[in-house]
Design a binder for this molecule. Structure first.
Ligand code: GLP
Length: 241
């Protein structure tokens, strides 16, 4: 795993955006894997700024998001689909038919997971996957204990993850208990992965990622077995190293 150490969240966002823009310009038909949460917000702002200033086009780019809450509609302000529209898609020229997120409202969630994996495979996989890391080491919504062989699936969220994400909701009670997430093996199929971390609250997860064994109790640890992963982390996130 390559490590890029940066000063702060702003620098992390810029570095990640630079790599994404390079990918989009070199291969305008790329497939990007996208993440939500606080971590990539600054990166998306940088992409929008670059789009406005340099007209980098996303007309032929396809995207697959990592995850979506079960039970939330795309126009629900707390859904990841809404987050993506607000933070990125509404501001660039990507056609809506090129945007993919798991459907958290699907009647048959198992079939929806299968459809999502099949579609990723049909479109020849993900070229560049953006990842954040949960405080407990989760990636996407793959909580500790998830099989490294997992495909896209329904995940029961841990209380700590629900609490960490409650800041986006009116109360903890409103945070869904389940989510659809790309599985670990889905994520590992990406040809390149950018893992981002900023802030003191990520320091323990980053420490464990490096100093503990590859273990299903620490989902992100599997990234050490992938041959094209770059961690972009700020000083606070690296403070326990
Ligand atoms: C959330 C998301 C993940 C994200 C992680 C960290 O639960 N499902 O995709 O990477 O937790 O979130 P944040 O970036 O807000 O710290």
């Amino acid at each position: 795993m390559k490590i890029i150490r940066v000063k702060d969240d702003r620098e992390m966002s810029k570095q990640a955006a630079r790599r994404i823009i390079e990918q989009v310009r070199q291969n305008p038909e790329s497939t990007l894997g996208l993440a939500t949460g606080g971590t990539p917000e600054g990166t998306y702002k940088e992409l929008i700024k670059d789009y406005q200033e340099n007209q980098t086009s996303y007309k032929q780019i396809r995207t697959f998001n990592l995850d979506e809450y079960v039970g939330l509609a795309p126009d629900d302000p707390n859904s990841y689909h809404f987050y993506m529209n607000q933070n990125l898609f509404d501001h660039i020229d990507i056609p809506s038919e090129n945007i993919h997120l798991p459907n958290g409202l699907a009647e048959d969630l198992e079939a929806e997971c299968q459809r999502y994996d099949d579609l990723i495979a049909e479109l020849d996989g993900i070229d560049l996957q953006i990842l954040g890391i949960g405080e407990n080491g989760h990636i996407g919504f793959n909580e500790p204990g998830t099989s490294f062989q997992s495909h896209t699936h329904v995940e029961t969220l841990t209380e700590s993850t629900r609490e960490a994400n409650a800041r986006y909701f009116e109360s903890l009670r409103d945070v869904p208990t389940h989510a659809l997430t790309m599985g670990i093996s889905t994520i590992l199929l990406s040809r390149e992965i950018l893992l981002m971390a900023s802030g003191e609250h990520k320091a323990e997860a980053i420490y464990k990622l490096f100093y503990e064994d590859v273990d299903e109790q620490m989902p992100a640890s599997i990234l050490k077995t992938h041959d094209n992963v770059t961690l972009i982390a700020d000083e606070q996130a690296l403070s326990r190293m």
